[in-house]
Design a protein around this ligand. Sequence first.
Ligand code: SAH
Length: 521
Amino acid sequence: MHAVTDGQIAGEVWLVGAGPGDPGLLTVRGRELLATADVVVVDRLAAAVLLDAAPPDAEIIHVGKSPTARSWAQEKINAVLVDRARAGARVVRLKGGDPYVLGRGGEEAQACAEAGVACTVVPGITSALAVPALAGIPVTHRDLAQELAVVSGHLPPGHPDSTVDWAGLAASRATIVILMGVARLMDIADALLAGGRPEVTPVAVIERGATPAQRVLRTTLDALAIDAIAAGVRSPAVIVVGEVAARNDAPAVGAAPLAGVRVLVARTRPRPGLLARRLRQLGADAVETVVAHPAPPDDAGAALLAALPGAAGLVLADPDEVAAVVALLRRAGTDVRALAGLTLVAARPDVTDALDALGLAATTLDQLGQADRTDAGAGDAGRVARAAGAGPAAAGRRPAPGPAVLVVGAADLPAGGPWTPRRVPLLTDVTADPDPRIADELRHGDFDVAAFASSTAARSTAQLYGPLPPDLLVAAMGRRSAEACEAAGIRVDIVPTEPGVRPLAAAVADFVTASRAAAAS
Ligand code: SAH
């Protein structure tokens, strides 16, 4: 609800913590607010939760560091929050982790207050706690550490502006969690050793926590700087110093093979699909995007009407073909009654349901085949089989000679049946419009895997978003989609041994598990 003052709609700002990056770790309130935002002002670290929660027409303003854009000055961020709210917008300022943990959220709240703009904070799960936890490190442990310090490593120890008491921390037995410390590892280790922390104190460095690219370096305080350089540790990373850093209690990755893996699922139908559902069951964060949708070719109506006379049945591949047939007939000035006398054959169970919803009875390809073998006699199936001349004459009538003609769109007919397919292209795939947010996430490297369940999905994705980033893993359903990828210049990393949604999802999980094992050893 917009607050109304003096007949004017007043905007408002919410400082929302996005959590450590996994959309599942955004709070319920944060998700509700995002869903009704007019404007979302987002950091690089928080961008991943956007696609799932923000309305498609919200204005998205990226202000964080990214490979392609420099980050905004804090004053400029404050100004945009205030300006948009004054213009009446519901502004969600989405910040990585918790807004008030080393995130300058306090300055943004203050800027709003000074401008007289209403501002509410919605806490988030901070990476300071969640990233160690997801790597199996409890930041406190009754026997090891009963005290916890979360500190910024942005300024080196001894810097005149630093308020961190490195000497005090060194003398304590607290777990020290350091954010923004990668560039200062040497100085930090030196300060803690100089202050009395033992050389053998365990240290863990968790890079890109809670993503499949997560790397955990386990070392000791005296070897920290050298080991981090050798491992090529990069920001963002959380550094944990203290006895707990040696623990590996319940790392999140063990639970679900694709936990923390962000998968782009390219779809060629506007409905949510099985592949994304299966990937989610395996723990993935699957984001579906429609890259193509089916539409009847221009001449499809005329072609359909021309194909019907003399046909015994019409085979429908999927509910889209059902909808297309209904629409084509209407557009041609007739309706489903033009199908009278034809057996409607459903290639899949959801086609039976779609026809049923229109009050039309269907038979299945199996039933057709069976009627052929056993001459079950009754109903449509028997009629088509008899029309096909395959069974013994029923009701004392000689079957019509020659195989029955079946009008077929895209369905695969089993070979060897007593029928002749008459192909009519009912639908072709039309490439969709690119989604700027998907393009943005791809550019920022926010996806780990792209999955293609068909050659059309692969082709259209290449057309809309190509060339894909080189470190994006590509999974293709089978040989045909892999070939389409290669033809479109997309390198394929994962192809299941047999085609299918489940084998494809399993192959992605196997691949990720194997590369995680390789990275850990
Ligand atoms: N407000 C944020 C912290 C912002 S400071 C929060 O509460 O989490 C940015 C620092 O957070 C990074 O330099 C890094 O130290 C840490 N960080 C955030 N996300 C991280 C991640 N996924 N993996 C490792 N470190 C992360």
